[in-house]
Write a protein that binds this ligand. Sequence first.
Ligand SMILES: [Zn+2]
Length: 295
Amino acid sequence: MTKEKLVLPGKRPEIDQVILLVIDGMDTINFTLGKAEVMSGLHGRAAVGIARTEIIGAGTTITPTAHGMMGAGRNVTADRPGPDTDGRPYTYDGTIAVTVGDVARANGFVTGAVGKDEVAIALGGTGNLDISRLQKEGIDSTDEVQLIIEVRQVLSQFEKGILAVNFNAVDIAGHHRNVLGVIKAIERADRLVQQLIEAVDPERNLLIIAADHGTDPITGNHNTSPTPLSLITGAISGRHNLGIAHNMEIAPTILGALGLVRPEGMLGRDLLDLALSGRIPRTNYDPRFYEEYHD
Ligand SMILES: [Zn+2]
């Protein structure tokens, strides 16, 4: 029997800002088509896993519902923000679903959203945001250069809070059945994440990279494939394997990071807690192993 090394839990960090970056349409297959070292955690400050979602079928309700689940930590329904609705998530019995945005604002934290309008659903809809730099304000959600400028600007406006961002280039390329476009968009997403890491203080920020669903460049449709999930923050040392997670677990993870209490009905584990607990092993994160297979 080999002697197991004792792994002690790390100190729980005090996080001021949580950034939820949704790479729209990035399922695990699209992800692995591109070279995505940063989202894969090869910089050694990440916990990475595969997430499930509860979406079924293809159609317009997928994206709003998936964003709603990330914010409400439960199976909810939502509409795409537009002239008739601001994208408020509801439970299936018709009551308003409490999101991480609602909890944050009630406790004096700021909520902001950048990119594709739907990402505001995770924070309780476009009507409740403190700062909005979305498509409806003329932002191009497929332009990572514009997004990073907007993100830097928004983050400079508050000390404590949540910023939700949606980068939509992978989804669009998938709908256009453009496989090479999907590959390029994954790699552009990876550069966006690298710039995000450089833009924030890793000791007081938690970066969560997720996807709402996949968009298959063969069919041009959304699908129900699992999606990648990465947590990046200064307190994580090495590269941890989160295993199988669920996108609903993003909500309790955000609240846990900010020290906020989760509302009744919110499901799932605090994934940052899990990553720092010492209960899951580090994986080999030496970039040389990556290069061996990719160059
Ligand atoms: Zn789509």
